[in-house]
Design a protein around this ligand. Structure first.
Ligand code: SAH
Length: 456
């Protein structure tokens, strides 16, 4: 027992939640000492049990809610409690948007010391369900039959799933159909522990605008028993299938896709549009999972870039060139840089597909390539960054400060690293003008931000 702490493990306390953490747990305090409790909502009075204590904070379990938040709703998904995919289904969608706005504001103030920056209300979805265009579902066995579903929270037990309410309907249909057909032909599921069995994952990708569907069957073995029959049934049963792919992953690993990809039927890629830009999507391509909100986000970035057609633009962390191609139509020239070589191949192919010629893509670290460009005299009036969760490398921020673009558009999937980077840019002579959060992942705690900075 730690007598100096205000709460003790395994004891019960009556508390009131004040806030939400960035991962969706309720925050309560006893004598200023924080307790994080999954499923608690701000304003609620509840009984909790302390499950773990640390020096500076503790964790608890919700035992009983005495006074419910007006924003509390019944989670519509039957496996919400077991599955780790969503964290906020017990909070109304309006409540989620308000919580995300507050989270962005708090972090910008606390970490970025940006006290009165303009943060707009989060742009949410009109219908925040069934938005994901890609499913990757592990397959297992139970009582001789196949099951497919997500892993239980903090474990590798598969929960059999009929429907995932954040997936586009067709993806559920693909998963169910492939599972049924494989079961019918006696294909075994991969057994992680013994590294035996055949089918590891079912992956579905869907072009929302084109309606095209890709089915990917990930197997441990190069051979897919009864492959021909299985493919015939899949193609006849699912509308819109344009591509059936087998991916072979022979390794003992958590990584989903292996190195070998075979087209079992149809095309190697499917197509989709964001706005009027067309994209080819292969089984391995990175492609934003919420296409409707991606359009909202990119339109915001384009609007902040405020292009007249005369500007040179750099798109750092460009992935498959989505933002670059979006901007190219309004810019004189766009330079994209990205670390994954296959993504740059896709970016080039996508530029060609759209007949866009004023773009140039390079493979490498943004923090290495952009300084080189700068030495060669390539600069930009507008610079866009869309880094991974860890944010921009400090040396890239330094190069931006040397290069002095008029405007920086910062697209971020992590408010904490965004705030840190904005502080560096502010100290170097930029002003954060406005922040537009966009809800790309309803019912999860993720929030995306698009930020406009201008040179002072
Ligand atoms: N702008 C793209 C992708 C953003 S995701 C889109 O909207 O689709 C972030 C990207 O940064 C990923 O593609 C990742 O591979 C890439 N990346 C990660 N570290 C990088 C680095 N140091 N330099 C350049 N790209 C990097």
């Amino acid at each position: 027992m730690n007598q100096t702490l205000p709460v003790q493990k395994n004891e019960y306390y009556d508390i009131q939640f004040e806030d939400l953490t960035h991962d969706g747990a309720g925050v309560a305090k006893v004598e200023g000492y924080p307790i994080f409790v999954p499923n608690g909502l701000p304003g609620e009075k509840a009984k909790i049990k302390i499950t773990k204590v640390n020096k500076g904070y503790s964790f608890g379990r919700l035992i009983e809610i005495y006074e419910k938040s007006a924003d509390r709703v019944d989670a519509p998904c039957p496996i919400y409690k077991e599955c780790g995919g969503c964290q906020l289904q017990h909070l109304s969608y309006e409540g989620q948007l308000k919580a995300k706005e507050k989270q962005v504001r708090d972090v910008l103030t606390r970490i970025g010391k940006l006290n009165d920056v303009l943060v707009h209300p989060v742009l949410g979805m009109e219908d925040p369900w069934r938005y994901r265009n890609k499913a990757q579902v592990p397959v297992g066995e139970r009582e001789g039959g196949l099951i497919a579903g997500f892993y239980q929270k903090r474990s590798h037990e598969i929960i059999d799933m009929r429907a995932c309410l954040i997936q586009q309907d067709i993806n559920d249909e693909v998963v169910q159909t492939v599972k049924e057909v494989c079961e019918k032909y006696g294909v075994s599921a991969y057994d992680e522990k013994r590294h035996k069995g055949t089918i590891r994952h079912i992956m579905a990708r869907h072009g929302l605008v084109t309606g095209e569907v890709m089915v990917v069957i990930v197997t441990r073995t190069p051979d897919l028993p009864h492959g021909k029959r299985i493919v015939e049934e899949i193609v006849s049963r699912i509308n819109g299938v344009k591509s059936v792919i087998q991916n072979v992953n022979t390794k003992k690993t958590n990584v989903i896709l292996g190195d070998e990809t075979r087209v079992l039927w149809g095309e190697e890629v499917i197509y989709d549009y964001i706005g009027d830009v067309k994209f080819a999507i292969s089984s391995r391509s990175f492609y934003q999972v919420n296409p409707e909100q991606t359009k909202v986000l990119y339109e915001q970035a384009l609007s902040y870039a405020d292009l007249t057609g005369e500007e040179e633009v750099i798109d750092a962390y460009c992935g498959i060139g989505t933002i670059s191609l979006f901007l190219a139509k309004k810019a004189k020239k766009v330079y994209g840089v990205e670390i994954v070589p296959e993504a740059i191949e896709d970016a080039k192919r996508n530029a060609e597909l759209n007949g866009i010629e004023n773009v140039e893509f390079a493979v490498g670290e943004a923090e290495t390539v952009i300084p080189k460009w700068y030495e060669q005299g390539i600069t930009a009036e507008v610079l866009v960054v869309d880094p991974p969760r860890k944010g921009c490398d400090e040396s890239l921020l330094k190069t931006i400060l040397d290069m002095k673009p008029k405007r920086v558009v910062y697209v971020s999937c992590n408010p904490a690293t965004l705030a840190r980077d904005l502080r560096i840019l502010e100290d170097g002579g930029y002003q954060t003008q406005e922040v537009q959060p966009v809800d790309m992942f309803p019912h999860t705690t993720h929030v995306e931000c698009c930020v406009l900075l201008v040179k002072k």
